[in-house]
Write a protein that binds this ligand. Structure first.
Ligand code: NAP
Length: 316
């Protein structure tokens, strides 16, 4: 990578490119959507409600009056909603029409264990199962050509995560941050890397990259009510956090920079990867464990009922 700090001004023109980004109504997803729209991308912005999606579109247009942004509805914690959004997309933009898909939406550290309508633990479902199913269902719409990317937003919490096949849904024990959240984010990173291995094996020109924002002040921290976590955040925030726009830069680099490599993972380059311009991020052995990745992939297909076979799509 070049030695000059990477900023949003280095995003190449996105004119003619169509993007789906989840969680684009808030935090780092909003800033990623804004910058991609500013560079000319057509951004499909699904949120949990029409009001939230419309409001995000309005806020983007305040800054980029001619932005091409389309509001839509998606609840990643419901597999029916994931299927409905994928069908909406496929009907509206038939065929190979998508250049960039960003799995950004997430929830963190819900104080008590909650189950989704599908009966899955809410963080695992929202942060990992839903994005896996959505990527698989949108995959036929991705253009099989160079430049097409899938970006998955993980977290440095993944470094503390463990995939526990006996406790995937936190059914045996629930630990909001370092258990359920960290597991879901490790699953994201494993998925992004496993997807790249499968794309490479299928000789696909599509690439899978991933990113984490470090510590960015967003709505994500709203749920956090554990004493130790609150104390940690009170100490870390003033010195070691960045704003949501800064937190969006690793995602934007992974999504749009020619410097991003197949399977690359990007995060802030400062102390403990908490803030600063984006650079390649640290990857733990668990995220590179191919046996673990294959087992998780199969388990996820079972849990979501969505088969994800990348070799079904061949290069043009
Ligand atoms: N901020 C950080 O320091 C940090 C650190 C590491 C990783 N991350 C990751 O960065 C990503 C973005 O987080 P953020 O910090 O920007 O937080 P945020 O401001 O809370 O944004 C999260 C977004 O995800 C959406 N979302 C939540 N549940 C959803 C669901 N069931 N279906 C669809 N969308 C849903 C939210 O929608 P609503 O507005 O409806 O809630 C919101 O748009 C997450 O994946 C998070 O894990 C953030």
């Amino acid at each position: 990578m070049s030695k000059t700090p990477w900023t949003a001004s280095q995003i190449p023109s996105q004119a003619g490119r169509r993007v789906v980004i989840t969680g684009g109504n808030s935090g780092i997803g909003f800033h990623a959507a804004l910058e991609l729209a500013r560079r000319g991308a057509e951004v499909i912005l699904p949120a949990r409600s029409e009001a939230k999606a419309d409001d995000a579109v309005r806020r983007i247009r305040q800054q980029v009056p001619d932005a091409k942004v389309l509001p839509a509805i998606l609840d990643l914690a419901s597999l029916a909603s994931v299927r409905a959004f994928a069908s909406f997309y496929a009907e509206r933009f038939a065929g190979a029409s998508l250049d960039l898909h960003i799995n950004n939406a997430g929830v963190m550290a819900l104080p008590t264990r909650e189950l989704t309508v599908d009966g899955y633990e809410r963080q695992f479902a929202t942060n990992y199962l839903g994005p896996f199913a959505l990527t698989a269902l949108l995959f036929p719409n991705l253009k099989a050509q160079a430049g097409t990317r899938v970006v998955t937003v993980a977290s440095s919490a993944a470094n503390f995560g463990k995939i526990d096949f006996n406790n995937l849904q936190s059914e045996a024990s629930y630990s909001p941050m370092w258990g359920a959240y960290a597991q879901s984010k490790l699953a994201d990173l494993i998925f992004a890397r496993a997807l790249q291995r499968r794309l490479t094996a299928a000789r696909s020109p599509i690439i899978s990259t991933s990113a984490h924002p470090g510590y960015a002040i967003t709505n994500l921290q709203a749920n956090t009510n554990g004493f130790i976590l609150k104390l940690m955040m009170a100490i870390l925030s003033p010195l070691l956090s960045q704003d949501a726009a800064g937190g969006a830069l690793p995602t934007l680099l992974a999504a749009a920079s020619p410097e991003a490599t197949p399977g690359g993972y990007y995060g802030p380059g400062g102390f403990q990867e908490l803030k600063g311009p984006p650079v390649p991020a640290k990857i733990t052995p668990a995220a590179n464990d191919t046996v673990l990745a294959d087992r998780l992939w199969s388990a996820t297909e079972q849990l979501t009922g969505v088969k994800f076979d990348v070799s079904a799509i061949r290069p043009l």
